[in-house]
Design a protein around this ligand. Structure first.
Ligand code: SF4
Ligand code: SF4
Length: 263
């Protein structure tokens, strides 16, 4: 009998594989999933069929090389719905730290013994910079629950809800002590979207923005607060130019302070 289950693929681009592992670590929930959908391509788990037509394609990683660029267009063509998973795919990831750096060509020569073999695009960009994306799941890494909840909604014909309120709201609801106020830590929670359960503040640590910008994030105001707390322009730029540096308004605010440091 022909299998009529929805077909899924998981693709990797420039990334560390952490988001695919979060998917794999979902454990028993994956067994349940196998009764509701057929996995066609997922190299990390052993299924290889990258060009097959699928209903839903999950994409991890940013677009950093000419080959990435060619491949993401083929993946888009192959899928009815394309979902990006993790900070690399949604906001460039750590790879995007090289964007806008004038000396990039020199660095390649400093790092690699044979730079002529390195084929990089001038910038590392999120998937949405190159093809249409239907849903973005943020975080570094995403959680298995986050991915499976979104997938469950999609399989039931429901549009998944992607919260864009700030981590601060989740802290308040959970009763965590504010690390910005009580410990004078440069926490990015006021401008970062929630979805992680305010994980870092729950352990008394400052959020570093891995879920990307919240809606209407007032990054200029938070950067001023960091100034009052005594952070240098370089340190402020580093708070905004980290894991989600290729997304706005983090990019503009971070590069603004980086330029001050360059003067
Ligand atoms: S978002 Fe983080 S965990 Fe996921 S692939 Fe990128 S670096 Fe790895
Ligand atoms: S608190 Fe911030 S850095 Fe920590 S997991 Fe959540 S979004 Fe990421």
């Amino acid at each position: 009998m022909k299998n009529t289950l929805p077909r899924l693929a998981v693709h990797k681009f420039s990334s560390c594989d952490g988001c695919q592992l979060a998917f794999l670590n979902a454990g028993e929930a994956l067994l349940t999933l196998s009764r509701r959908a057929e996995i066609i391509h997922f190299s990390e788990a052993g299924w290889e069929n990258p060009l097959a037509k699928v209903d839903i394609a999950f994409v991890e990683g940013s677009i950093s090389t000419p080959k990435d660029l060619e491949r993401i267009k083929a993946v888009r063509e192959s899928a009815n719905t394309l979902v990006t998973i993790g900070a690399c795919a949604t906001a460039g990831g750590l790879q995007a730290l090289r964007n806008g750096v004038k000396q990039f060509a020199d660095w390649v020569g400093d790092v690699y013994a044979s730079p002529e073999y390195i084929q990089s695009l001038p910038e590392s960009r999120p998937i949405s910079a190159h093809v249409k994306v239907d849903l973005e799941l943020w975080g570094c890494p995403v959680t298995g629950k986050q991915v499976l909840d979104a997938l469950g909604d999609l399989l039931n014909g429901i549009t998944p809800v992607n919260s864009s309120e700030p981590v601060c709201s989740e802290c308040k609801r959970s009763g965590h002590v504010c690390v910005l106020v009580s410990k004078k830590e440069p926490c990015m929670g006021p401008v970062t979207r929630t979805g992680c359960g305010a994980l870092c503040p729950a352990f008394g640590r400052a959020c570093y923005g891995c879920f990307g910008p919240a809606e209407q994030a007032n990054t200029a105001s938070l950067a001023k607060q960091f100034e009052h707390m005594g952070l240098s322009a370089k340190d402020i730029s580093r708070r905004f130019l980290f894991i989600t540096s290729a997304t706005q308004p983090f990019s503009d605010t971070g590069h603004g302070y980086l330029e001050q440091e360059d003067v």
